[in-house]
Design a protein around this ligand. Structure first.
Ligand code: ADP
Length: 230
C-alpha cells in the first residue's frame, strides 16, 4: 500500500498510549498523542493551555478546531514523512473528516486499529495508573507496578496521578467517549479504510503490540482499501 498512518482507536484506558510507545520503537515512527500535546500546553501555560485546562481536568473534550490545528501543524513536520502513529485522534466525526482531508493531500491511507477492552477493566486500569512526569513512562499498579512504590524505574522521579484519572473524572471521560467518540467506529467501518479489531484485555503490552503488528500492512503491499476485523 501507499504510505499509511496508524490510528490507534479505543476508549480511555484501552492502552493506546502504552501501545503507541512500544510501536514507536519497533516501527521508528513518531508517536503523536493529542492528549500529551494538550497537557504540554497546559503545563507551559500557553494561550491555548490556559483556555483548555479546566475542560481537560473535568474530562471533557477540547474543541475540534483547537485539536485539528495542532495535528495539522504536527503532521506537516518532516519526521512524519514515512508514517506516524496517532493516539487519541481523531476522537469526533468532524476530527475524522479533517484528518481524512489532510491525509489525502499527503497521499497517506489511514489504517485503524481498534483496541477492544472490557469496560470494567478500564475503570480499574485508569484508577491504578501512575505516570512519570519526567520521562512519560506509564505504570499500572495491577500489572506493571514500579519496583519501588511511586518511584520511576528509569529516572527515579516521583510518579504522579493524572488529574483526570480520579474516579469521578474517569466516569465523565467514558461518557464523553460513548457520546462523541464511539460513533466513529461506524464511520471508520463505512469508510472502507483498513480496520482491524485487536483483543487488548488479555496479555502483556508486548503481546498486544505483537497482535497489532501482525495486522498492519507490509510496506509496499497492494491492500489499499477493504476491511478486515479479527
Ligand atoms: P485518554 O485517552 O486516556 O482519555 P488522552 O491523554 O488521550 O487520554 O486525553 C486526555 C484528555 O485530553 C481528554 O480527556 C481530552 O480532554 C483531551 N483530548 C485529547 N485528545 C483529544 C482530541 N482528539 N479531541 C478533543 N480532546 C482531546
Amino acid at each position: 500500500m501507499n504510505r499509511f498512518c496508524l490510528i490507534l482507536f479505543g476508549p480511555p484506558g484501552s492502552g493506546k498510549g502504552t501501545q503507541a510507545k512500544l510501536l514507536r520503537q519497533r516501527m521508528a515512527w513518531p508517536h503523536i498523542s493529542t492528549g500529551d500535546m494538550l497537557r504540554d500546553h497546559v503545563a507551559r501555560r500557553t494561550d491555548l493551555g490556559v483556555q483548555i485546562g479546566e475542560m481537560m481536568q473535568s474530562g471533557k473534550l477540547v474543541p475540534d478546531e483547537m485539536v485539528n490545528r495542532l495535528v495539522e501543524v504536527r503532521i506537516a513536520e518532516p519526521d512524519c514523512g514515512r508514517g506516524f502513529i496517532l493516539d487519541g485522534y481523531p476522537r469526533t466525526i468532524p476530527q475524522a473528516g479533517m484528518l481524512e482531508k489532510l491525509l489525502a493531500a499527503k497521499g497517506f491511507t489511514p489504517v485503524v486499529v481498534y483496541l477492544e477492552v472490557d469496560y470494567n477493566r478500564i475503570v480499574a486500569r485508569l484508577a491504578g495508573r501512575r505516570l512519570c512526569p519526567v520521562c512519560g513512562a506509564l505504570y499500572s499498579l495491577a500489572s506493571n507496578a514500579p519496583e519501588i512504590s511511586m518511584v520511576c524505574d528509569y529516572d527515579g522521579a516521583t510518579l504522579v496521578i493524572r488529574d483526570d484519572d480520579r474516579e469521578e473524572v474517569i466516569r465523565e471521560r467514558l461518557e464523553a467517549y460513548d457520546r462523541q467518540t464511539l460513533p466513529l467506529l461506524d464511520y471508520f467501518r463505512k469508510s472502507g479504510y483498513p480496520f482491524h479489531g485487536v483483543e487488548a484485555s488479555e496479555g502483556s503490552p508486548q503481546a498486544i503490540a505483537g497482535r497489532i503488528e501482525a495486522v498492519l500492512p507490509q510496506p509496499g503491499s497492494q491492500a489499499s482499501k477493504g476491511m478486515a476485523s479479527e
